[in-house]
Ligand binder design. Structure first.
Ligand code: SAH
Length: 333
C-alpha cells in the first residue's frame, strides 16, 4: 500500500490524521481489503478502494515447495517482475525473503537474478507489499533482504520499508540486509539509526578469484569491503554474517578455507556456508563432504561456521534462483 497516496487521499477527503494509522494497523495485521476495516466509515472504505490500491503489486503466480516454502511472483504497475519467498521452519520461525530491485545490475556468475535484465529500484511500498502479502497468509517474525537485487544500492527505500516492519511483527534485530559488498551502502547503513543485521556475500578469500566470480570485486576489493564491515561492527557491535556459496573445485579447497579464516576476525564474523543451488551456470555445487571439511577447517581456526539449510529448491525459490521464470511469467513475458 502506498502510504503517501493513502495520506494525500485521506487529506483530500477531509479525514482526520488518525485514519492513516487506523488503516495501516489493519494492513500490517494482515487485512485482505478495506472492507475488513470495521472502524472506518463505510463511505471512506469505498473511497479508499477506489483511489488507493490495496497493494502496489499484482500477484501473478504462487507456488509451494515440498518443504512448505512459498514463492510469489508479482508485477509492479509498470510490468516489472518481483519475486519473494516465505520460508517456514520447524521451530516456528517464519522468515520472508524480499526483493529490493526488479532484476539486478550486478552480474555474479553463479546467480540467476544477475542473468536477467535489470529493471529498477523498488519503492518502499513495493518492498513492504511483498511482506504484507505473506502477512495475509500467516504471522511473520523474520525478514531478509536476500531476494532479487542489491539492497544497499537502494538503501533509502530499503530503510523506509524496514522502519515499518515492527508493526508487521518483525523487529529490526530480526531483519537482515545482505550485500555484495557495496561499500558506500555499508557505510551508510553503519550510520543509519536501525539495529538491523548485516550479511556480506563474500564467496572468495582472495581478489583474483572474487573478481572472476563476482565482477563487483573490480570496484570494491576485499580489503576495502572488510574495512567497511569492521566499522559497522565497531559501531553496532553485531557480528557480520559472511555468506560463502560452495562451488566445487572453485572456492571450496582446504587452502581457501585457511585463507578465509586468516581474513576474518572471529569476534566480528560468523560464516554461513551456502550449498550451491542450480542455476544455468557453469558451476557444480560442492559435495556435502567438501562442505563439512571446509566448515571444520574454519572452526579449527576459531571461526564460527554454519551450513545454510536449503529451502524451496524444487520450485526455484532457493538462494540465487530468483529469475522470474515461472510458467506464468514466460507466457506474459
Ligand atoms: N545482492 C545481495 C542480496 C541477494 S542475497 C547479495 O548478493 O548479498 C542472495 C544470496 O544468495 C547471496 O549471498 C548470493 O550470493 C547467494 N547466491 C546467489 N546465487 C546462488 C546460488 N546459485 N546458490 C546459492 N546461493 C546463491
Amino acid at each position: 500500500m502506498d502510504l503517501e497516496l493513502l495520506n494525500s487521499t485521506l487529506a483530500a477527503h477531509g479525514q482526520p490524521a488518525f485514519r492513516r494509522s487506523q488503516v495501516w494497523r489493519w494492513a500490517a495485521g494482515g487485512a485482505h481489503h478495506y472492507d475488513e476495516m470495521t472502524n472506518l466509515p463505510a463511505k471512506l472504505r469505498a473511497q479508499l478502494s477506489e483511489h488507493v490500491p490495496f497493494s502496489t503489486l499484482v500477484l501473478e503466480h504462487e507456488a509451494t515447495a515440498s518443504d512448505g516454502t512459498v514463492k510469489a511472483l508479482f508485477r509492479t504497475h509498470d510490468g516489472r517482475p518481483v519475486e519473494s519467498v516465505l520460508m517456514r521452519y520447524r521451530d516456528g520461525r517464519r522468515s520472508v525473503c524480499v526483493s529490493s530491485q526488479s532484476g539486478c545490475p550486478l552480474t555474479c556468475t553463479f546467480c540467476a537474478t544477475g542473468k536477467m535484465k535489470f529493471g529498477r529500484n523498488l519503492t518502499a511500498a513495493e518492498i513492504l507489499d511483498q511482506v504484507l502479502h505473506f502477512r495475509r497468509i500467516e504471522p511473520l517474525n523474520h525478514l531478509v533482504f536476500m531476494g532479487m537485487g542489491e539492497p544497499l544500492m537502494n538503501l533509502d527505500n530499503v530503510l523506509a520499508a524496514a522502519r515499518k516492519l515492527p508493526d508487521v511483527g518483525i523487529t529490526h534485530r530480526r531483519t537482515g540486509i545482505s550485500t555484495v559488498g557495496w561499500v558506500p551502502g555499508i557505510r551508510a547503513l553503519t550510520e543509519a539509526d536501525m539495529p538491523v543485521r548485516l550479511a556480506l556475500s563474500l564467496h572468495a578469500p582472495e581478489d583474483e578469484l572474487r573478481s572472476r566470480i563476482m565482477p563487483i570485486n573490480d570496484r570494491f576489493k576485499i580489503a576495502e569491503v572488510l574495512d567497511a564491515c569492521e566499522e559497522y561492527y565497531e559501531k553496532r557491535r553485531r557480528k557480520v554474517f559472511v555468506e560463502y556459496v560452495m562451488l566445487a573445485g572453485v572456492n571450496d579447497g582446504p587452502e581457501q578455507a585457511a585463507q578465509l579464516a586468516s581474513l576474518l576476525d572471529p569476534r566480528m564474523y560468523k560464516v554461513n556456508l551456502i550449498p550451491y543451488n542450480p542455476t544455468d551456470s557453469v558451476y557444480d555445487g560442492s559435495s556435502r563432504n567438501a562442505i563439512a571439511t571446509f566448515q571444520s577447517a574454519l572452526e579449527v581456526q576459531g571461526i564460527d561456521a554454519t551450513v545454510r539449510l536449503t529451502r524451496g529448491r524444487d520450485i526455484d525459490a532457493a538462494c540465487g534462483q530468483l529469475a522470474a521464470k515461472s510458467p506464468v511469467a514466460a507466457e506474459v513475458g
